[in-house]
Design a binder for this molecule. Structure first.
Ligand code: TEU
Length: 585
């Protein structure tokens, strides 16, 4: 349960992430755009959305789909203009909604004016705005990068610049040079260009990209060998949660955020220790409002390589949910509830069943789970209609994401196109790959799923099942659809926020590999019990010993007649069935 501290508006908010390239194309060029988002703002309001989070729409060469920004103060022209963004911000505010943007300030694009100056010469005033190091040399005289760190997008994190004879650091693509946060002038420029420019135009806050990677420390050491087949090794132990990280965030708060009452949600990978996460989200410490902790979305990722899928069992997911529900108990911290974003496979495919028989039931099961958990709730575009992963039949050339494509090429080269290795990689990408979240939003059953009407066709292939899974069809289906269920679940969550948004979580039978049973206790004696069957077979569950439980929400359409108003005991659950009971409400 969240501490008794004051309840800022964003704790009860339901947020919706939009990936601009794939949401809605308004001008027929095959790419989503800001006017396309504006055309759907009433759809989001009707869903019950309070906050719209727009992923990077800034000017960019699009090497990493906009997470490589070349001008923080300009909109990528195919997406629209600053005026279009001002219209979108205004439209949200007119409807009592808020809008947050992505704050991507660990790095810029190599096309950003700052980097162009920095790389022009060793004595350029902006040289120190990025991280430059001289080469090392092996005993045989071969030139080596300053460290053996592995990029998230495969290969090295250092790019050699012939012009000045030094390497620059890039944790991601070589086109994404890391900014040097040790330099105060750099930080001040970030605060002005990436933050105040948009806060002054009415933006209500930010989702902060890789919020724990800005303080790399000053000692660049080689990382331990994890995979001896490669020179490059994962090194987040050296650059995540670095020595000045909290100092930088306190400064960002004091210099900028607090003057606008802006909300922040930090993307916080590689931080499994709850006490370290609390260091970022304690309300009294004025750093971040909340964070996305990545344990749940990292489920199934390989230890050596993210895209070496590893089988997992339900207790792992249940333990992770419990951990990030309970870590704020008795503190002034806050947590988030999410299981999808633009970097993840679809939750129905990853955590439940995307079979024709059970994919809608599974989507509602996950909605019932997420809608009952404490914290600020985040949905990702398409999750509200139960969109699923791209089909296993799609070949690698249907994938567009730099992380997926680079990893496939790296493993093809390393294994000399070994069929078994490449099958493993393709299976892993089909389950975990970021492309799964970037297929065009499925609005209708017409061509290109109603995402675009232009001759150009969509920038990325539309899911084969768009005719069966789309907004228009589910609006027609009404309450029984996944969309109808999410609308009701969001409204129900808001109606019972005391126990569902703010209540204390307790798990039951946490070792069971088929079912997830948890309880919530809110102020004023309000209690909820949630029972979920995460299997394709009928299961028997014991409900927690909360007296006076009354059935309220279920993901089987006939559930309402069966038990409404009847006191619940133990009961059987049908495949992928979920049920929510309340007491004292
Ligand atoms: O993602 C960060 C990222 O990709 C890793 O930290 C990831 O979380 C890690 O592999 C653990 O799963 C952010 C953006 O969300 C992503 O789209 C960008 O590509 C990346 O930063 C660079 O800006």
């Amino acid at each position: 349960m969240s501490g008794a501290t004051a309840r800022p508006w964003w704790k009860d908010a339901v947020c919706y992430q939009i990936y601009p390239a794939s949401f809605k194309d308004s001008n027929g060029d095959g790419l989503g755009d800001v006017p396309g988002i504006l055309s759907k703002i009433d759809y989001l309001r009707d869903l019950g959305i309070d906050v719209v989070w727009v992923s990077p729409m800034f000017d960019s060469p699009q090497v990493d789909m906009g997470y490589d920004i070349s001008d923080y103060e300009k909109v990528y022209p195919p997406y629209g203009s600053v005026k279009d963004m001002e219209d979108l911000i205004e439209a949200c505010h007119q409807r009592g909604m808020k809008l947050i943007l992505d704050l991507v300030v660990n790095h810029t694009s190599d096309q950003h004016a700052w980097f162009r100056e920095s790389r022009s010469s060793k004595d350029n005033p902006k040289r120190d705005w990025y991280i430059w190091k001289p080469p090392r040399y092996a005993e045989d005289g071969n030139r080596l990068p300053p460290t053996n760190w592995r990029s998230y997008f495969s290969g090295q994190t250092w790019e050699y610049d012939e012009h000045t004879g030094e390497y620059y650091l890039h944790l991601f693509a070589k086109e994404q040079p890391d900014l040097n946060w040790e330099n105060e002038a750099t930080r001040k420029a970030i605060y002005d260009s990436a933050m105040r420019f948009w806060l002054d135009r009415g933006v209500d806050g930010f989702r902060v990209d890789v919020v724990n990677m800005y303080s790399k420390g000053v000692e660049f050491k080689d990382a331990p060998i994890v995979d001896p087949r490669f020179y490059e090794q994962p090194a987040w132990c050296y650059y995540a949660n670095g020595p000045r990280m909290h100092e930088f965030l306190r400064e960002m708060n004091a210099e900028v955020l607090k003057h606008y009452d802006a909300v922040t949600v930090g993307e916080l990978p590689h931080t499994p220790d709850p006490s370290k996460v609390l260091d970022y989200v304690g309300a009294s410490d004025k750093q971040l409002s909340m964070v996305f902790q990545f344990d749940i979305v990292d489920i199934g990722q390989g230890r050596e390589h993210k895209y070496h899928f590893e089988e997992w069992k339900l207790p792992l997911l249940k333990g992770i949910v419990a951990k990030w529900q309970q870590f704020i108990d008795g503190t002034d911290g806050w947590t988030t509830v999410f299981c999808e974003n633009h970097d993840q496979g679809r939750s129905v495919s990853r955590f439940a069943s995307d079979s024709p028989a059970y994919r809608a039931t599974s989507a509602k099961l996950l909605s019932l789970m997420l809608g009952s958990l404490t914290g600020t709730l985040f949905l990702y575009q398409g999750q509200e209609i139960g969109m699923i992963n791209l089909p296993p039949s799609w070949p690698i050339d249907a994938y567009r994401d730099i992380e997926s494509v680079n990893f496939y090429k790296t493993m093809a080269a390393q294994s000399q196109d070994d069929p078994a290795e490449l099958d493993y990689v393709m299976r892993s990408l089909q389950i975990l790959g970021r492309d799964n979240a970037r297929l065009p939003m499925q609005w209708t059953g017409e061509r290109h799923a109603g995402f675009t009407h232009g001759k150009a066709g969509p920038w990325m292939r539309v899911h084969d099942l768009y005719g069966e899974i789309n907004v228009e069809r589910q609006v027609r289906e009404g309450e029984g659809s996944v969309l109808g269920f999410w609308r009701r679940m969001i409204a129900f969550r808001k109606e019972h926020a005391e126990v569902l948004v703010h209540g204390a979580f307790e798990g039951f039978g946490m070792g069971d590999e088929k079912t997830f049973v948890f309880g919530k206790k809110g102020a004023g004696g309000q209690r909820a019990a949630v029972v979920l069957n995460f299997s394709g077979e009928e299961q028997e569950v014991e409900l927690p010993g909360y007296e006076g439980l009354v059935f309220r929400v279920g993901n089987y359409d006939d559930a309402a007649e069966e038990e409404k108003g009847v006191e619940a005991k133990s009961r059987k659950l049908r495949p992928w069935e979920g049920r929510l009971y309340l007491a004292g409400c």
